[in-house]
Ligand binder design. Structure first.
Ligand SMILES: Nc1ncnc2c1ncn2[C@@H]1O[C@H](COP(=O)(O)OP(=O)(O)OP(=O)(O)O)[C@@H](O)[C@H]1O
Ligand SMILES: O=C(CO)[C@H](O)[C@H](O)COP(=O)(O)O
Length: 432
């Protein structure tokens, strides 16, 4: 019996792609399709589907191919091809100096690549591109440059200093698979430079002050995160970086934080109510009256009922848990480590909260904590620990900031894969 397969070519990129497959031998399906793919000997159906529709048939087709179609079996598989190449859009909001760059490096690493500025482009570009992700910084949508802001006496946090119409148009275009000419805000000169071309990536991350401020931009986000750093911690981080690395004086850092505060409270902070996950960084409660700011209490507030996102839980979903993991499997020097997990409400929404106070002594022992967490979207046992060890030199790797940023990276990967899989639907798989 001859093997036949027919793959109906999509009339347009948004139409359905039909693949009929008959197979003669166990595990040796053979197929030919007018979508431009011929099934090769030994190639599974799922692998063919992956090639036929690129990224849009990856997951849900897997079950069809697995196990093969035995003698006399026949399958009709219909895959929905997403219009163009679907770009998943992630929003990351935070004030300046709150760890966005560090988070982005962790996220990119989850996908296995390193992010670099656009090749051959403006050396002061704020964009970072890797195989899977393109991170654009929303500072590029400042409509007023440093001098314009000074003249009009507005801060960069003020919506009047930003072009939300252009931000919306360009993020929408990228999401629809179209390239855009995005402006560049040059942090060295304080001026707006000539635009750079941004091509639609698999995952577009828009990071900066206002990813959730404008309702239209917000509606384009597939997943959103807010880094909520308490004033004390923000101050400590700013001092550490801006004094050591940027030559600012203590007074100027204090003055800058104070000057930004009213606009931060008015325009940046309220965005956290829209985030799917908020990472709060607070002073520790393990050291009474701590004013050193080195030990942190970090909370991950995860919204319930978000499509493609199930909150992480500790031990038992929905219950309230206080856990001190220090003992035989986890070394803890003073002041120790304390975890909390439980339900809560946040801006009127149901959330789950996972909290870690304290820091790890030996990072490889994190595997003990990881093994007690569920819904972490890892691909193999120990993936979180592996990621954390890989970037042990990043700030926050010994505490909840690194742990929760890594988990958010894995959840973003999961959101991306599920959105992709949704574009691929097995409608029929019949035995004859
Ligand atoms: N988890 C952390 N633990 C301790 N320090 C941190 C952590 N994350 C960031 N920092 C400190 O804050 C500084 C700013 O971090 P990062 O560059 O990632 O922030 P950013 O939001 O990208 O800043 P900007 O928007 O100003 O470029 C770092 O140099 C580091 O000193
Ligand atoms: O809040 C900020 C986001 O990064 C910056 O202060 C804003 O973009 C203005 O930049 P600069 O201070 O370089 O003129």
């Amino acid at each position: 019996m001859a093997s036949t397969a027919a793959v109906a070519a999509p009339a347009s990129s948004s139409s359905l792609c039909k693949l009929h497959l008959q197979s003669q031998f166990h595990g040796q399906q053979s197929g030919l399709g007018s979508c431009g793919a011929r099934q090769q000997q030994g190639e599974s159906l799922s692998a063919l589907l992956l090639r036929v529709n690129g990224q849009h048939c990856s997951s849900s087709s897997g079950g069809v191919g697995r196990g093969g179609f035995g003698i006399g079996r026949r399958a009709v598989v219909v895959c929905k091809v997403a219009p163009g190449k679907k770009t998943v859009v992630i929003g990351l909001a935070a004030d300046s100096g709150c760890g966005k760059s560090t988070f982005m490096r962790r996220l990119t690493s989850v996908f296995g690549g390193a992010a670099t500025p656009p090749r051959g482009g403006n050396p002061d570009s704020n964009t970072l591109i890797s195989d899977t992700t393109t991170v654009i910084c929303l500072d590029d949508y400042h409509s007023l440059d440093r001098y314009g802001r000074k003249e009009k006496a507005v801060t960069a946090l003020d919506p009047r200093a930003n072009n939300f119409d252009l931000m919306y148009e360009q993020v929408k275009a990228l999401k629809e698979g179209k390239s855009v000419e995005k402006p560049i805000y040059n942090h060295v000169s304080g001026l707006l430079d000539a635009p750079e071309t941004i091509d639609p990536p698999k995952i577009l991350v828009i990071e900066g002050l206002h990813p959730m401020y404008d309702e239209r931009v917000r509606s384009l986000l597939d997943f959103s995160i807010y880094l909520d750093i308490s004033d004390d911690v923000k101050f400590a981080w700013k001092i550490q970086r801006d004094m050591a690395e940027r030559g600012h004086s203590l007074e100027s850092i204090k003055a800058s934080i104070t000057a930004r505060k009213p606009d931060f409270d008015a325009y940046i902070d309220p965005q956290k109510q829209y985030a799917d996950a908020v990472i709060q960084v607070l002073p520790t409660q393990l050291i009474p009256d701590d004013n050193e700011g080195k030990v942190l209490r970090v909370r991950m507030v995860m919204r319930e009922g978000v499509k493609y996102f199930e909150p992480v839980y500790l031990f038992d979903e929905g219950s309230t848990i206080n856990w001190i993991p220090c003992g035989r499997k986890l070394t803890c020097s003073y002041p120790g480590i304390k975890f909390f997990y439980g339900p809560d409400t946040y801006y009127g929404n149901e959330v789950s909260v996972l909290e870690m106070d304290g820091q790890f002594d030996k990072l490889d022992e994190l595997i003990y904590v990881e093994s007690h967490l569920s819904n972490i979207s890892t691909k193999f046992y120990g993936e979180i620990t592996q990621q954390m060890l890989k970037h042990a030199d990043f700030p926050g790797s010994n505490n909840g900031t690194g742990l929760f940023q890594t988990i958010c990276g894995l959840k973003i990967r999961n959101v991306y894969e599920r959105i992709l899989a949704e574009g691929s639907t097995v409608l029929e798989g019949a035995k004859v």
